[in-house]
Design a protein around this ligand. Structure first.
Ligand code: SF4
Length: 460
């Protein structure tokens, strides 16, 4: 093993793509087409995923969230958009069917997303319907239209309880470059204010990419100073496998080493100020002190699943497995069984950046399972030994057959049909693609391939 520079973990010092030419997969992510709706009861999980024969734990209410793509077009043009324009469109009726599907599955809530969901004229109506059906109603938005206080009020009155406004950088020039449009930052801050004034809980979402990876902490400090009511932040490390991200990897995919310090500082600031946070697609060796906040870790620990109603050819997709890929060194890592590993789809991240950690797992699991702000957790005492037994049982259970590598297209399943493709929607799609091609050329970014077939949930 080469000698490590001062202050650098010896495992990291020897890690590089050059010494790890192969990528040994101990685990792998897969997605499975949805089957019939399952009933999810109190006390059934984690790990049963609705299967009554699965291990039972006495303190968890599975609080699954479903994603409903309301539209697939957008008024911004981000180079890493994972869900760009498709020929599919929704009416209120086609969306109601999908809300009903989430209700039938026993889901806790629905996240209305896109594209940019505020571009659908029936957004308040579908929010109202979802609320009436008993779902917790959330929305992910770029904030461009939500700064309109009348719209924010209308959505609040319709039942929207929580909004995620995406802000990538508080440096206006970087934000504008990432968005493909000027003036987005101030509009996003206006959205934070309008939503808060309307009584909607406000979170901030951020896609980590090569252009903001070095100032995630600056983002948090500026946002919390200007909008102190924002109590929760969500980061999604860039998914380089789909949409425009796939074809703009060179400019936009960050190295894990480049985000580690600023992410640590950002999370430490939130911890210190009593806020909460989640981070998706960052392996635990790059957020060890905050491992309880890893989206994948929380899903693994609690046994939660996710359904996405894609407004494209994939239609309805259900994800029950949160493990991506691991390297040989992961075998000795103390967090291996609760870590999502390296998000490899798109093959843009370097497995050589992974390095095992040797910290106890119990405090992380305990913090997840006793999180009073998590709707999945009931305030009962937590038995770590019982959790361990159930965790091991689940890991020993047979897993669904793995789809070959990275499926470009998910077959339409026997779930409900998602959206409509009509002659008119195909004409609009072709027109948007032509307009976006001109925009892409002017901005110097590549346009996605095909435009309708290869994405997964955007959690901007
Ligand atoms: S299991 Fe692998 S990816 Fe996860 S923290 Fe350990 S070394 Fe990193």
């Amino acid at each position: 093993m080469p000698e490590a520079p001062p202050g650098v973990c010896p495992f990291r010092a020897r890690s590089s793509r050059a010494v790890l030419p192969d990528r040994p997969h101990i685990g792998a992510a897969w997605r499975v087409p949805v089957g019939p709706p399952v009933t999810t009861d109190v006390d059934r999980g984690p790990h049963g995923h609705g299967d009554p024969s699965g291990p039972r734990l006495p303190w968890v209410i599975v609080a699954n969230l479903g994603y409903l793509q309301v539209v697939r077009h957008c008024n911004h043009f981000c180079g890493f958009c994972s869900n760009p324009t498709s020929p599919y469109e929704h009416t209120l009726e086609t969306m109601r069917v999908l809300v009903d599907d989430l209700v039938a599955r026993g889901y806790f809530g629905v996240v209305l997303t896109g594209g940019e969901p505020t571009l659908h004229s029936e957004l308040p109506a579908i929010a109202r319907y979802a609320k009436e059906r008993g779902l917790h109603v959330r929305m992910i938005t770029n904030g461009w239209r939500l700064g309109d206080r009348m719209l924010a009020r209308e959505l609040a009155d319709a039942g929207l309880s929580l909004v995620h406004v995406s802000i990538y950088s508080v440096r206006p020039a970087i934000e504008a470059r990432l968005r493909g449009i000027e003036g987005t930052l101030e509009r996003a801050f206006a959205a934070l204010e309008a939503a808060h004034a309307a009584g909607i809980e406000v979170n901030v979402n951020c896609v980590i990419n090569a252009q903001n990876a070095d100032h995630l902490d600056e983002n948090v400090r500026v946002i919390t100073a200007r909008a102190p009511w924002v109590r929760h932040f969500v980061w999604n490390n860039l998914d380089p496998s789909m949409g425009r991200a796939e074809v703009n990897q060179a400019e936009l995919v960050p190295r894990l080493g480049d985000l580690e310090l600023s992410l640590h500082r950002a999370l430490a600031h939130l911890e210190k100020t009593g806020r909460s946070y989640r981070v998706e697609r960052v392996p635990l060796c790059y957020m060890t002190d905050f491992a309880h906040a890893s989206t994948e870790t929380r899903k693994i620990v609690k046994g939660e699943e996710r359904v996405v109603h894609f407004l494209d050819d994939k239609q309805t997709v259900r994800q029950t497995d949160w493990e991506h890929v691991y390297v040989d060194d992961c075998r000795v890592c103390s967090l291996r069984t609760i870590c999502g590993g390296l998000f490899d789809r798109g093959q843009a991240y370097d497995p050589g950046e992974l390095a095992p950690v040797f910290v106890p797992m119990e405090p992380i699991v305990r913090r997840v399972m006793t999180d009073g702000e998590d709707p999945a957790i009931t305030p009962r005492s937590f038995d770590y030994a019982a959790w361990q037994r159930a965790h091991e049982q689940r890991r020993a259970q047979p897993r669904p057959p793995r789809e070959p590598d990275l499926p470009r297209q998910i077959e339409r399943s026997d779930g409900p049909a998602v959206g409509l493709v009509t002659e008119e929607s195909l004409r609009r799609f072709a027109s948007k693609r032509r307009a976006e091609a001109r925009l892409a050329e002017r901005l110097g970014i590549a346009q996605e391939r095909g435009g309708s077939d290869d994405e997964e949930p955007s959690e901007r």
